[in-house]
Design a protein around this ligand. Structure first.
Ligand SMILES: [Zn+2]
Length: 158
């Protein structure tokens, strides 16, 4: 069975946004506020304690390949330090959120978009990766549409 690796945004980007209070990729001002929603934090992939944790909102662009069409959008991270999620287990705190899995070909073109409808997200992820030419996937919020996390096949894990 194929293993999948789930990861938050690069630590360097979150740390630079916290340090400069700007979007590292775009230069737009970042906005700090008390969490008014669950988020999640795109670095540790945990949901926010609403009304109790501070978070930082900034513009993030998740596509890294040269030639791919950028898709900048708003993301939140904890305003204070937290640890990047990078594990073979589906992020536990995302399990109950509305999720759309998007499968991309190498180069960043969208191949498939599939909504998790109450079942295990792992099943939808396996279905998406079983399609031809899928290089990686993104998890997006199925209501707000924002990028939440990246999923890769873990070849060294089989
Ligand atoms: Zn966090």
């Amino acid at each position: 069975m194929t293993a999948y690796r789930y990861s938050g945004i690069p630590s360097a980007i979150a740390m630079e946004a916290r340090r400069t209070l700007r979007s590292p990729q775009y230069g737009h001002p970042a906005y700090r506020e008390v969490a008014g929603g669950y988020g999640p934090c795109r670095l540790c992939l945990r949901t926010f304690a609403v009304g109790r944790e501070d978070r930082l909102l900034f513009t993030y662009q998740p596509f890294m390949e040269p030639g791919s069409l950028p898709a900048p959008g708003p993301v939140f991270v904890h305003a204070e330090s937290c640890a990047r999620y990078d594990a073979l287990e589906f992020p536990p705190e995302l399990r109950d959120l509305p999720i759309v899995v998007e499968g991309f070909r190498a180069g960043g073109s969208l191949a498939v978009q599939q909504r998790v409808n109450g079942g295990p997200p792992e099943e939808v992820i396996a279905t998406v990766f079983a399609m031809p030419d899928i290089a990686y996937a993104h998890l997006r919020n199925g209501e707000a549409g924002c990028f939440m996390a990246r999923v890769d096949r873990c070849f060294a894990c089989d």
